[in-house]
Design a protein around this ligand. Structure first.
Ligand SMILES: Cc1ncc(COP(=O)(O)O)c(C=O)c1O
Length: 409
């Protein structure tokens, strides 16, 4: 029996976001969020790693911070520092790595130490919805700059910095997802990285680099991180194990110099991020990370091809997209008459969940006919069936794709 209800409505703080809906299970065709391939979760190896690490270090669970202090389990920080040096060119010590509860906590922590209401930040115009909502909730202004095939437009950033400068505004940071951008999946070119860093230096505006997809570039070779190229503490770097191992683990990390990290630690007063997850990941990743991620990339690419084929078969030329350089998302543009926010509502009634583009843009209007599809979780068969059904819903409501225009195979 549930407890008698109590009316909290008059007690709630006035600036809360809308109430959450109760979870009603996943829809049959679940193409939203960052869920990953279930069959790729390395269950046996994680279980073996858990047994080994608990036998060896389990008594450390008796202390907050696992005898490693507030930055997190030291063997995991050592793994991350070593991997970032090898793969992303970042030179940092384990004491410049903070383990966070997912990179979402990294976003929150950086925002909490840097942002106050009325501040301004520069974002990629198409970007991670979770980053947009967080910053908006803090009463911070976002200036969106276009992203193209080569990543964030440095010319656009220059214009934004100049125009803000004329109004006496120094933005708090430039937020970018340079390698396998969410949602466009583009990889920022080396030239753009250099230009962006020069602007950051000239205008003394830090860069906030969010890299949770960088290990999922199809070539297996991620470019040097902005933090590596800069060589100063002007770039804050965050990453995550959500897209490479499993999102439910809730383990991410933040790399920054001690002057900023010490301020961040001052507000990360949560007693430490999940201890078992940190221990198991450290034990597992040291031996298995590279082989696991290489296999995952192959699986994901196969699913992407299934999705691309389904879009071609059921939407024909009405669905435009650039083939992603890696990752788990496809960013699709439909013809102008399609309002993807409305399409997402109708599709959900038919059991298909998609992310409407407006939620992934700093200005909703340019995202009106775009949508983001996550291809990592669904099987190729479910992707194909779901896209066929999505095309039916879209045709019924918007006459897109038109019956004659679709290329049926
Ligand atoms: C760009 C970006 N940053 C951060 C996150 C948050 O990831 P997590 O908290 O699972 O590490 C996501 C999740 O999709 C993302 O796409």
């Amino acid at each position: 029996m549930s407890a008698e209800s109590f009316d909290y409505s008059t007690l709630l703080r006035p600036d809360l976001p809308p109430a959450a809906a109760r979870w009603a299970g996943f829809p049959a065709y679940n193409f939203v969020g960052g869920h990953n391939d279930a069959a790729s979760v390395p269950i046996e190896e994680l279980a073996a790693a858990a047994a080994r690490v608990l036998q060896r270090d389990g008594r450390q669970l008796a202390t907050y911070g696992l005898d490693s202090g507030p930055l997190g389990y030291r063997p995991l920080r050592e793994f991350i520092a070593g991997k970032l040096a090898r793969d992303a060119g970042i030179s940092c010590t384990p004491d410049e790595v903070l383990i966070t509860s997912g990179s979402l906590q990294g976003l929150d922590l950086v925002n909490q130490v840097l942002l106050a209401p009325g501040d301004t930040v520069i974002f990629e115009q198409a970007t991670y919805g979770g980053a947009i909502t967080r910053v908006k909730r803090l009463g911070v202004d976002i200036v969106g700059v276009p992203v193209d095939h080569d990543g964030l437009s440095s010319q656009g950033v220059r214009k934004a910095l100049e125009s803000l400068g004329r109004r006496g505004i120094r933005p708090k940071y430039i937020y970018t997802i340079p390698t396998v951008q969410n949602p466009t999946a583009t990889v920022m070119s080396e030239a753009r990285r250099t230009e962006l860093l020069a602007l950051s230096r000239a205008y003394q505006v830090p860069i906030f680099e969010d890299e949770c997809y960088a290990d999922l570039v199809w070539t297996g070779k991620r470019p040097r991180a902005l933090r590596a190229m800069d060589g100063t503490d002007r770039v804050i770097h965050i990453g995550s194990f959500s897209k490479t191992i499993a999102p439910a683990l809730r383990i991410g990390y933040l790399v920054a110099g001690w002057p900023l990290l010490s301020r961040i630690l001052g507000i990360k007063n949560d007693g430490g991020s999940g201890a078992l997850e940190q221990m198991i990941l450290a034990e597992y990743c040291a031996k298995h990370f590279d082989a696991h991620v290489a296999a995952l990339r192959t699986t994901l690419r196969g699913k992407l091809d299934a999705l691309a084929g389904a879009l071609e078969a059921h939407f024909g030329t009405t669905a435009e997209f650039e083939y992603p350089a890696g990752g788990i998302f496809l960013w699709v543009t439909l013809p102008k008459p399609v309002d993807t926010t409305r399409l997402a509502q109708l599709a959900l009634q038919a059991g298909i969940a998609i992310n409407p583009g407006a939620e992934w843009m700093t200005d909703a209007e340019p995202g009106r006919s775009r949508l983001r599809i996550c291809f990592a979780h669904a099987s190729p068969a479910v992707l194909q069936e779901g896209i066929a059904r999505l095309a039916q819903v879209c045709r019924r409501e918007f006459d897109v794709p038109p019956v004659a225009g679709a290329v049926h195979r």
